[in-house]
Design a protein around this ligand. Structure first.
Ligand SMILES: [Zn+2]
Length: 216
């Protein structure tokens, strides 16, 4: 069984291009281990790859991706918690300094929630997963006269803010944030234009991420 041809070709391009150029870096990372300072929580969406958007090199970003870039609230029970496990590793073992929740325009998960899409099957996981968006939708209020596109963009952004709130329910992470050891950020990628905006904690609004602001 061979990999899809697209992957074979892509790997060949990687091997002769990026790997050749960065072999030293890979060897070094293999020996010393990874020590990324930034964790990104992104969406599975194939158009929103954090490594591409932030032009990241191997070892720079610790990334967890799931449908609609969500983090469930802290719940130390017997269930399997993939996002919480990644978060625990990022904060406890890697000691990342920044956690970025990266949302995006035209998010299929958010749209499914907003349209109250029927579950795909009786064992639908998406329906339950997307219920994590409910508090953001509640805070946002009813759609009213707003166009569906505008409402979805607002809900995508409100959900990022709600995910940042959920991060604070993790006791260890909350302590680190309060001590200034970890900073959390909300960011939003407009797929069509490629524009990135960043949540301004003071105003609660997403503002264009100008180069100056990013460096500040
Ligand atoms: Zn998405």
């Amino acid at each position: 069984m061979s990999l899809p041809q697209r992957l074979i070709e892509g790997y060949e391009a990687f091997r002769s291009g990026r790997l050749a150029a960065e072999q030293g870096r890979y060897r070094d990372l293999a020996e010393r281990g990874q020590s990324p300072e930034i964790m990104v929580i992104g969406c599975c969406d194939s158009r929103v790859s954090p490594e591409v958007i932030f032009d990241a090199k191997p070892g720079e970003l610790f990334v967890v991706r799931n449908v609609a870039n969500l983090v469930p609230p802290y719940a130390p029970d017997d269930a399997y918690h993939g996002v919480s496990a990644a978060l625990e590793f990022a904060v406890g073992a890697l000691r990342v300094k920044h956690i970025v929740v990266l949302g995006h325009a035209r998010c299929g998960g958010i749209r499914a929630f907003a349209e109250g899409s029927a579950p795909l099957s009786p064992s639908d996981f998406i329906g339950k997963w997307m219920s994590l968006v409910a508090p953001a939708a509640e805070k946002l209020g009813p759609r009213g006269e707003v166009s569906l596109d505008d409402y979805l963009a607002r809900l995508e952004q409100a959900s990022i803010a709600n995910t940042l709130d959920n991060l604070l329910t993790f006791p260890r992470l909350r302590r680190l944030i309060e001590r200034g050891r970890v900073t959390v950020h909300g960011a939003y990628f407009a797929v069509a234009t490629g524009e990135l905006s960043v949540l301004d904690p003071q105003s609660g609004r997403f503002l264009p991420a100008t180069i100056g602001a990013l460096r500040a």
